[in-house]
Design a protein. Structure first.
Length: 287
């Protein structure tokens, strides 16, 4: 730099102009990128966020599981100096409200490391991805029961069951109330007749009412989150003429009737492996 200044001064360039050209202000004007200052050093006692105990493990919502909903939720959490969660919000949605809410509930339970007392009191922010995936893995566990009842599910591998002739039926809502005062009471009553063919008593379970004549289901029951305040019992009853399958849908939400009202549009689409028939299309027997 000194050599450049000496050569320029011998050539008659004023010193003031040289100093201006070499100043940071001139670098900003001319478009040159000045070297950014180094980031400030973390205060004593600072430590990056880390989990204390288990990472967030969400409960897959029963209805979302039945519908085959999947996706990734990114939850933004404000973390207090003591490591507890101060507030949560959805930073990136999965596209499914039930999955977003399940992710928020899971993150609110986690604990992060606390800051040392020597660190200035302030909150930290974490972005936590929560993944939900059920469709492909669940599809391989669906057993389609043929009209003669010759398909025998493997008892060692509990699987969802559904009549093969009702893969794309017409669903319709029925107002028949289900005789249960609580979701867990419904699970106990259904289990007293026959054990669940899939799932367990707390989050998701399927029960099958076999018809006496050929062994095919007369109705299928799903217990969705029965151990939760938003627990739901859903009954699919099979009817209709050959080639025109109809499935009647009834639901009970003993803890909160609004849950059933909000869920009915999804229930009328049917499980993800037996979606409603396309309007105007005909459904052949066994398809």
């Amino acid at each position: 730099m000194l050599l450049v200044i000496r050569i320029a001064m011998r050539a008659g360039v004023p010193l003031a102009l040289l100093l201006l050209c070499c100043s940071p202000a001139w670098a900003r004007i001319s478009g040159a990128s000045p070297t950014p200052p180094p980031p400030p050093a973390p205060p004593p006692g600072w430590a990056p966020l880390s989990y204390v105990g288990a990472r967030p493990v969400p409960s897959y919502p029963g209805l979302a599981y039945l519908e085959g909903d999947s996706g990734t939720v990114v939850v933004r959490a404000r973390v207090q100096p003591d490591g507890r969660i101060a507030a949560t919000s959805v930073d990136v949605s999965s596209g499914h409200h039930a999955l977003d809410e399940a992710a928020l509930r899971a993150v609110r339970k986690v604990q992060f490391n606390a800051l040392a007392r020597s660190v200035p009191v302030h909150e930290r922010t974490a972005r936590i991805p929560i993944h939900f995936s059920s469709g492909q893995s669940l599809q391989s566990r669906v057993v389609l029961l043929d009209p003669e009842g010759t398909t025998k599910p493997d008892p060692r591998k509990p699987a969802l069951q559904w009549p093969s002739g009702y893969l794309h039926p017409r669903y319709r809502s029925v107002a028949t109330p289900l005789p249960f005062s609580a979701a867990l009471a419904a699970v106990r009553a259904l289990a007293s007749k026959a054990p669940p063919v899939a799932g367990g008593p707390r989050l998701f379970a399927e029960f099958v009412d076999k018809a006496a004549a050929d062994g095919t289901p007369q109705a299928i029951w799903f217990a969705l989150d029965p151990g939760k305040p938003y627990g739901m019992i859903v009954r699919y009853t099979f009817s209709g003429a050959p080639g025109r399958p109809v499935v009647d849908v009834a639901a009970a939400c003993p803890n909160d009737p609004s849950v059933c009202a909000n869920a009915m549009p999804e229930l009328l689409r049917g499980p993800f492996f037996a979606r409603a028939a396309v309007a105007g299309a005909t459904t052949a027997p066994g398809h």
